[in-house]
Design a binder for this molecule. Structure first.
Ligand SMILES: *Cc1c(COP(=O)(O)O)cnc(C)c1O
Length: 405
């Protein structure tokens, strides 16, 4: 896929060719044990991924979506309770909230980081909720619902402003569930703790996805919850396995949501390379930043001092003509993406939530301007230069046609 003229948006073949032998050995190993669901492969991967994320426990599940759902369920977030999140995320964030019976409440995003705006979050809690006493959840005045949790999304692999978020959460007694589905290995410098923290080690629990295109991808579906809470981990283990505490002992309502042994075995081969892959992505991002610096037409991603993003996505903001620029890329066989073109509150599925147009101005403004450029560890420097040349070429042409030169 790296050969030829086109530049794919993401390359899912190259890493598997590089590791082909080890991956095949891992598959053979599982085939000969006959243990396909659960078993030592899954347990070993869980231990390794917990260590990687700097969390005490990891529970492998069948997808990032299940990771989010099971974490909420296990923590007792449920019917008619509010979970605060953002609308510029993948639908799974909101699916998880709705499918446990809870109600998402969207707050706006920070225009620089594109992540949850701490001011909007505070504004909602201070002006729209009653907080009667410590140890009690705030009540959303308009609906009478309890506000129970915040689900920050570490979008594009950049961790949210977690010190401020955790401080607010503690002040209001809210639980925090990180949607870390794009943030494997991303880091945040916490001034509160005077330490770099990994995504997945900060909130009450965090969800990761091993969908093939993620920084750590399975060859199929997979996900995991990380947490330091032993009891929560135990409950999630039951929920993913039909609510069983042991065979045919159904303790709670559960699901079929396990990580299978083949995926765990393949993930174990890849995990030791993840830090290195993330480092490559960061170098490529720095290179993009440099090549694009001084261009007013596209704004490169903002990375605060306290952030070490894993650059799951490299997203630029176009001053104007985003759709034309994307078309220009397509004509040159350069793959790009939109993450995400329509914010969730404006999607038909979530119209019933009643957050109409203009309710989240920053979220809505950005959706029409963002463009995700090719980004993966195997991206070559000359390919990157061609991506940037395509942008330069586009800018010159539009300058000519608009008569500004
Ligand atoms: C990928 C993703 C998910 C869902 O993960 P799946 O494994 O596809 O279920 C959830 N949230 C975000 C932000 C994601 O990018």
């Amino acid at each position: 896929m790296t050969a030829g003229k086109g530049i794919p948006f993401v390359d899912l073949v190259a890493p598997h060719l590089e590791l082909q032998e080890q991956l095949m050995d891992a598959v053979k190993g599982v085939l000969t044990t006959g243990m396909f669901v659960g078993g030592p492969m899954v347990e070993q991967f869980e231990q390794e991924f917990a260590r990687f994320s700097n969390a005490k426990y990891c529970v492998g599940v069948s997808s990032g979506t299940d990771a989010l759902r099971f974490a909420l369920m296990a923590a007792g977030v449920g019917r008619d309770e509010i979970v605060i999140t953002v609308a510029n995320t993948f639908a799974a964030t909101v699916e998880a909230i709705v499918q446990v019976g809870a109600v998402p409440h969207f707050v706006d995003i920070d225009p620089q980081t594109f992540n949850i705006s701490i001011d909007s979050l505070r504004g909602f809690l201070e002006t729209q909720c009653d907080h009667r006493a410590r140890g009690r959840y705030p009540v959303h005045r308009a609906s009478g619902r309890l506000v129970k949790a915040i689900m920050p999304v570490h979008l594009y692999g950049q961790v949210c402003e977690m010190d401020a978020l955790m401080t607010l959460a503690e002040e209001y007694g809210l639980m925090v569930f990180e949607d870390a589905c794009q943030a494997h290995g991303s880091e945040y410098f916490s001034s509160r703790n005077n330490a770099w923290q990994r995504a997945g080690s900060i909130g009450k629990a965090a969800a990761f996805s091993f969908y093939p295109g993620k920084n750590l991808g399975a060859c199929g579906e997979g996900g995991a919850v990380t947490t330091d809470d032993e009891d929560l981990a135990r409950r999630i283990r039951m929920i993913r396995d039909h609510g069983q505490s042991r065979k045919y002992q159904h303790q709670v309502e559960g699901y079929n949501g396990r990580l299978d042994a083949l995926q765990a075995a393949l993930l174990r081969v890849k995990l030791p390379f993840l830090n290195e892959w993330n480092r490559s992505r960061r170098e490529l991002a720095a290179q993009y930043n440099q090549l694009l610096s001084g261009r007013d037409e596209v704004k490169t991603p903002f990375e605060p001092r306290w952030s070490r993003a894993n650059y799951h996505l490299y997203v630029v903001v176009c001053a104007q003509g985003r759709d034309d620029l994307q078309k220009h890329f397509t004509e040159r066989s350069i793959g790009t993406g939109l993450h995400y073109p329509i914010p969730l509150h404006l999607q038909p599925a979530y119209a019933y939530l009643g957050a109409g147009e203009n309710s989240l101005p920053e979220t809505e403004r950005l959706a029409g301007k963002i463009l995700s450029l090719p980004m993966y560890p195997q991206l070559q420097q000359d390919q990157q230069k061609r991506v940037v040349e395509a942008i330069q070429d586009f800018c010159e042409r539009s300058a000519v046609s608009s008569g500004t030169r």
